[in-house]
Write a protein of this length. Structure first.
Length: 580
């Protein structure tokens, strides 16, 4: 070490004080490492304690014990404390992130603040000023504190209880998109910004989110106005506002979704974004339709969280999940998802896209419209008025160096041919079709005019699906069904004779008519060589079904009975969504 360096080190030693001096004296860290940590902390604008722990110069536990002894401040283990969100909410999250401190609990006029460095008086003074409370510092380990602060900020930000209770949220100031369209002479600006109307509409939307609804229906009739929610696939009436408010309600909803308020003769489509917190916003797809007594308006709730639920939450049987993941991993080919409207096709496709959405993969989607925003995926809304059809979007994608293409629906021969061409030229293509089951999807494509050899060489997997309501775990009750009836429903003799336990809905405060949530029923059909030969021979859906059964593919009915056998849904529900 040269003379200048020695002189600088000596000067710095003489300047050590407070916690750094105690850590050096106790042998927790040597002087050279401490001086290096102080220098690095200043450069990185972080605390000395955090710098020591992150660099590995000292253990967080040893620093916490030394600080507690030096300053006589209590030492707490954060792992033994439950997070008090009420205390956390007292302090602005920007201050928590800036100073990396955490309110742990409040006692009267005192707020107990977890810190790793009790000499950080700047943090204590700022929080004291913001809360007008006396601050009592408690020492915790730095590494645990960093994780706890991040977790606390996230939980407070995402906590829905503060947003779904009318008493805890300002329904008038809730942030939603707004339009500035020209207003009808009969409907003034005061009408659409009328406080009771604003509160009512916002409350209905928040209630729908809280109750897990998929759609909200605002329906005008001659002598009544009705609001219904679709929950678990079933519509339930939740309100009957005065019929005189019909025009004000429709005007308010149209302003929120940037639609033309003056136009009430033709259907319109729009969107609303409701910001629930800093990190969570819910989109609503809005559709208006003129009826005899005013405009019926339907809001489809589009929650981005659905796309990231994960494949395990969708209800695939283990062998079906393995098949889906296997064909998602292939670099080329086509995966088709089929089923009626509202059967969960979009969520199945988006779950696949979420799995494929990596830095090294270029994904493009064409949808009508894009329902869920998925960062990292290039999403295009088709617009037939300007010529941006599914087929036109697909052609554009093929010039965009794609790896994965998702087309919302194959509606015509042109789109089908482009999709098949893409699947045959090194791209993975995902799409949907409206057919009853997987085998009929293949024959439907032939009916559209697609050549059988093109289908046999490009389609890898077909998933047919339905959604069945899930029995409430709190109130479901066992049902006694005779063996003959079980056999008639489709259960095997072994299942019927083996003490099969079937449950039925009852209804309680935790559910809707005995059901809460939905689960998927799936028929997952890989296009094997044998099935490809049937397609090439122009075979029927019945032949394809027979071959699929030989290969162990479950039809939708069998998948539904398995869910009944496992107590997830009722026989009545499976009968309503599948064909025997």
């Amino acid at each position: 070490m040269n003379d200048n360096a020695s002189l600088a080190l000596g000067s710095a030693r003489g300047g050590l004080g407070g916690l750094p001096q105690r850590l050096v004296q106790d042998g927790v860290v040597d002087e050279a490492a401490m001086l290096e940590a102080i220098h690095s902390a200043r450069e990185r604008k972080t605390s000395v304690v955090t710098q020591l722990v992150s660099s590995g110069a000292a253990k967080a536990r040893d620093i916490a014990v030394a600080a507690s002894n030096e300053f006589g401040v209590p030492l707490l283990d954060l792992d033994a404390l439950s997070l008090d969100l009420e205390a956390v909410r007292l302090v602005n999250d920007k201050l928590l992130a800036k100073h990396r401190v955490l309110p742990v609990f409040r006692r009267g006029k005192r707020l107990f603040l977890a810190v790793a460095d009790p000499t950080n008086m700047h943090a204590i003074d700022e929080i004291k000023f913001q809360t007008s409370l006396a601050i009592e510092a408690v020492i915790v380990e730095d590494d645990k504190l960093q994780k706890a602060v991040d977790k606390a900020i996230e939980q407070v930000d995402n906590q829905m209880s503060a947003l779904t209770d009318e008493g805890d949220v300002d329904l008038e100031s809730l942030e939603v998109t707004g339009g500035e369209d020209e207003l009808d002479e009969k409907i003034g600006r005061d009408d659409v910004e009328d406080a009771p109307i604003v509160r009512f509409v916002n409350k209905v939307m928040l209630d729908a989110i809280r109750r897990g609804a998929s759609d909200i229906h605002f329906e005008p009739f001659e002598k009544l106005y009705r609001v219904r929610l679709r929950m678990d696939g079933v519509l339930k009436e939740i309100a009957q506002p005065p019929v005189q408010l019909a025009q004000k309600l429709s005007a308010r909803l149209k302003v929120m979704s940037r639609l033309d308020i003056a136009e009430r003769r033709v259907p319109q489509d729009g969107r609303i974004k409701m910001k629930l917190s800093k990190n969570r916003a819910i989109d609503f797809r809005v559709s208006t339709c003129p009826t005899l007594f005013g405009e019926k308006i339907v809001l489809r709730i589009l929650d981005p969280a659905q796309a990231t639920l994960g494949i395990d939450s969708l209800g695939y049987e283990p062998f079906q999940k393995e098949l889906y993941l296997k064909y998602l991993a292939k670099p080329q080919g086509m995966i088709l998802v089929t089923g009626p409207t509202g059967s969960g096709k979009t969520v199945s496709l988006y779950t696949g896209l979420h799995i494929l959405n990596r830095e090294d993969t270029n994904i493009s989607t064409a949808e009508d419209p894009a329902e869920i925003n998925l960062p990292g995926v290039n999403q295009v809304n088709v617009n037939n008025k300007v010529g941006l059809t599914f087929a036109a979007a697909m052609r554009a994608f093929l010039r965009q160096d794609p790896d994965v293409i998702m087309v919302g629906e194959i509606r015509d021969l042109e789109t089908a041919e482009i999709a098949i061409k893409a699947a045959q030229t090194g791209h993975l293509v995902l799409s949907t079709l409206h057919t009853n089951d997987a085998p009929s999807t293949l024959t439907r494509m032939v009916d559209m005019g697609v050549k059988p050899y093109a289908i046999a060489t490009s389609v890898n997997l077909i998933i047919a699906q339905r959604l069945a309501r899930r029995l409430c775990t709190h109130c479901k009750q066992p049902l006694d069904i005779p063996k003959d009836a079980l056999l008639k429903e489709g259960f095997t003799a072994a299942e019927a004779a083996g003490g099969l336990k079937i449950f039925a809905p009852k209804g309680c405060a935790n559910c809707t008519d005995g059901y809460k949530g939905r689960t998927g029923l799936y028929q997952v059909l890989p296009v094997t060589e044998a099935i490809a030969r049937i397609i090439l021979a122009m075979g029927s859906a019945v032949e394809i079904s027979a071959q699929a059964a030989k290969e162990g593919v479950w039809d939708l009915r069998r998948a539904g009975l398995e869910k009944v056998k496992n107590g997830l849904t009722s026989l009545e529900e499976v009968n309503s969504v599948t064909v025997e």
